[in-house]
Design a protein around this ligand. Sequence first.
Ligand code: SF4
Length: 410
Amino acid sequence: MDKIELLAPAGSLEKSKVAFLYGADAVYAGTSKHSLRTRTEMDSDSLEETIKYAHSIGKKVYVALNIYAFDQDYKEIEEEVKRLNKINADAIIVADGGIVEIIKSITPNMPIHISTQANTVSLHGAKFWSNNGASRIILARELSKDKIKYIMENKPKDLEMEMFIHGAICFAYSGRCYLSQYLSDRSANSGECSQPCRWKYNLYAEEVNKPGNKIELDYDEKGTYAFSSKDLCLIDKIPEIIEMGMESLKIEGRLKTEYYLATVVRAYRQAIDDYYKNKSNWDSKKYLKELITVKTRGLSEFYYSDNNNYDIHDFSGKNENGIYEYGAKVIEEKKDNIYIVEIKNKLTIGDILEVLNPNGIDIQSFIIKKLYDINTNESIETINPGVKGQKVKMEIPYKVEKDYIIRRKK
Ligand code: SF4
């Protein structure tokens, strides 16, 4: 059995580098306005650079062109498909059958991945796409384990399957929601969702005889976040998903920070590698312990384990930040354990920091003993991030490398 692919989001070249360092086999990125990733930082040039970088280290980049296009969009889409072919994208992610046809006619050898936005929920749907040029299906998130298993057991052999294992989920059917368009004039179906389902809502009754007289209704003791979904987390199910023969495991989070990416990718990387090394002793606890160190809205196995989808909401509007925050990113090694790091949050002598080691799940922690101004070399006591990209020299008692992520205990 080939090893399953771990696929991470890439909002920028820098985030791609972090994702690869922490164990992603491939990343997915958007192309300006033709994907559902329009608010990410990936412009045309950085996409090309990301692909070059990925190929130089034997990794892959899949590019999303997953809008539902109107006829007037097609001229531009044709140009984009030609460009993606020229810059050697490893696959194009598509939801719209019209765009599939364009890719097939312009670049017949380009692998086509059917986006989760196409809502493939059946073997019949998967076969349709397979017969029409798809090399991979990104399954809809609204599928239970049994339904996924049935598709895996009966799909065409050469059709690859990918599924989401971690990240935000919609209270609506993925990609079929107008709440954001209605409330903030930003369409979720064009990648612009402002996530109003996470907002706090109040219910009112209006008395029949007194129009305009609103009576606020208490929702119940749990609060009023009626639509707020938890986050998907299938860490506990990694062994059975691997045994089903799934080809790729996808992490959601195109707008997440490098720190989030490093933490989540690293946990799943270790979970996957450890499972292949020692199937009988595998236990999800240590990976889950890491996954809850970053911000979550509560974790759920969503439809995978719950056909009726009862375990999706967190009515209290929980938005847990975990006990850590992004501390710093290693930029360069000087000498004698002194490194230049980019500051991400306030750092003070005496703070406890932890290095996220890409080569294992164990954490290397240390107390900040020395900080130096990057220009004057003067010792300093504390430093705030201030302008973006601000750096400091710091003593780190471990061998670390460029792009290692360091977290800070709050
Ligand atoms: S508003 Fe919420 S449910 Fe609707 S598309 Fe956005 S994230 Fe999904």
